[in-house]
Design a protein around this ligand. Structure first.
Ligand code: TLP
Length: 347
């Protein structure tokens, strides 16, 4: 029985072309900027994002933390969505390591923040009691909002608002290429207004490791020092950067398959008695669904895992499935059959 792993798109293995590129990678000491493969990947990333420079980091979490550390001073306040990955899943690093206060603004189901809420949350600089608000963080696609996509228009407007109030804007674009493919717009249009963007190679793009933080030259120079401080100055990192280059060159267009599979999964799930979708639409590769309150979530997960289908629990009888390159359309059909069987057994 094939295990159908829908816990995340991070479960994707490197392709044969990536393994070959890793084997053959030309390397050097990247702390001395001597690694030609890392240098090439960083140049490619900067070009793709339309930014002056890029920095290769170990993970999306590290890219986001470095961005916060570089844009802020300890004691500042940063604004983020109430469902933001930085707020929920990055171990409080911005607060613990960056010394910033994280203030949340409600996310709507589309991953957006209302302009009025942002304006209300920005602190009055003249009040001696207040921390200074210096950064707004956005997320595209939005993980906890079911893979929701921010349009270039929204990102542009919200960034102009933040800039008007003297805030910088960082975009957590871990899955920015999913947004680009879903909207059919070049990725450059989705990030052109923000001050910095981080994106991941190790999710739907199937590289084993790595993210890129992109911004202007001065920002990336300062970010490089902070990466070193966090222990993220890697040496012959060309071995992993090589896979990232293959990811950028060959793995973006196929994300459309993951999106189609996610829609097929969602369509099938709503037909299963006991299951309902937890999101209005499925724009990319993330499907969130709820199990009827009469069923035990724990038992559902145990039985489903035993049936060879892995999904993530979100608590409160809610689950997440993320389509990815390791799962094809036939596997989705298969997963639906197995999920239906488990639900029938739970009745
Ligand atoms: N998200 C992971 C888990 O942490 C939940 C996943 O499986 O989706 N930003 C966003 C929007 C993300 O979804 C993630 C990973 C990150 C940042 C962090 O990336 P990594 O895992 O490389 O540190």
């Amino acid at each position: 029985m094939k295990i159908i792993d829908l816990r995340s798109d991070t479960v994707t293995h490197p392709t044969d072309a990536m393994r070959k590129a890793m084997f053959e990678a030309e390397v050097g000491d990247d702390v001395f900027r001597d690694d030609p493969t890392v240098n090439r990947l960083e140049a490619m990333a900067a070009e793709r994002m339309g930014k002056e420079a890029a920095l290769f980091t170990a993970s999306g979490t590290m890219s986001n933390l470095i961005a916060v550390l570089t844009h802020t001073q300890p004691g500042n306040e940063i604004l983020l969505g109430s469902e933001a990955h930085i707020f929920w899943y990055e171990v409080g690093g911005a607060a613990a390591i960056g010394g910033v206060v994280m203030r949340t603004v409600p996310n709507d189901g589309n991953g957006q923040l209302a302009f009025a809420d942002i304006e209300k949350a920005i602190r009055d600089k003249t009040n001696i009691h207040f921390p200074e608000t210096t950064l707004l963080c956005l997320e595209n696609t939005h993980n906890r909002c079911g893979g929701a996509v921010l349009t270039p228009e929204y990102t542009g407007r919200v960034t102009r608002l933040a800039h008007y109030h003297g805030l910088k804007v960082h975009l957590d674009g871990a899955r920015i290429f999913n947004a680009s493919v879903a909207l059919g717009v070049p990725v450059i249009d989705l990030v052109k207004d923000v001050d910095s963007v981080g994106f991941c190679l190790s999710k739907g793009l199937s590289a084993p490791i790595g993210s890129l933080l992109c911004g202007n030259r001065e920002f990336i120079e300062r970010a490089r020092k902070r990466r070193k401080m966090l222990g993220g100055g890697m040496r012959q990192a060309g071995v992993i950067a090589a896979a990232g280059i293959v990811a950028l060159e060959t793995m973006i267009d196929r994300l459309a398959e993951d999106h189609a599979n996610a829609r097929a999964l969602a369509d099938g799930l709503v037909r299963i008695p006991g299951i309902s979708l937890a999101q209005a639409k499925v724009p990319t590769n993330i499907v969130m669904f709820d199990l009827s309150a009469d069923f035990s979530a724990e038992l559902f997960l145990t039985k489903l895992t035993a049936a060879g289908v892995k999904v993530s629990s979100r608590g409160n009888n809610s689950f997440r499935a993320v389509t990815n390159r390791m799962v094809d359309t036939a596997d989705i059909e298969d997963a639906l059959t197995r999920i239906e069987l488990v639900c029938r057994e739970l009745k």
